[in-house]
Design a protein around this ligand. Sequence first.
Ligand code: HEM
Length: 157
Amino acid sequence: MDLFLRALHILAAAVWVGGIAFLGLVAAPVLRRELPPAQRIVLLSKVGRRFDPIGWGALVVLAITGIAQILRTGVPLNLLFSTSYGALLLTKLGLVALIVLATAVHSYVWGPRLEALAAQAESLEATRLRRRMAALSGTNLLAALIVFVLGVYLAHG
Ligand code: HEM
């Protein structure tokens, strides 16, 4: 990959994966231990909202530098469907699309719904929603790691 595009792609991947790993593996567990649910929901929503433009910004940079790389190599599009490189790339892009969808549901549908329930944070509805959001975040992180490994394999495998 062209050096500049590759450096930007890797930097954006580091910011994005590092950011969601930090949120899920560091911030959320500490807040879970230290704060009652109502305060935790408010604080995690603020932290999540602060990360939102950084995460989406990194994803946009990943998409632009990734697509630019595909265009620069001048690979005929039909090869995407008939080579193992193409199959891996399409798998990676499919996973990225699912991650984008899951992130949007987490941030714009379930997140605001949970925030609205902060006053009844111990209710069954809020507890269920919290568990669902935690499970989705974990799955997203796993998918992001798979995308990362697929990227490295595409470039060096
Ligand atoms: C629309 C989104 C994306 C596109 C089109 C794309 C495309 C690509 C392409 C074409 C390569 C180079 C393969 C080669 O050199 O043959 C690559 C490498 C890579 N991608 Fe992506 N990618 C995207 C999103 C992501 C995301 C979300 C991540 C982070 C998890 C990621 C992580 C990587 C990594 C780590 C490499 C290896 C870079 C290297 O070692 O040089 N990519 N990607």
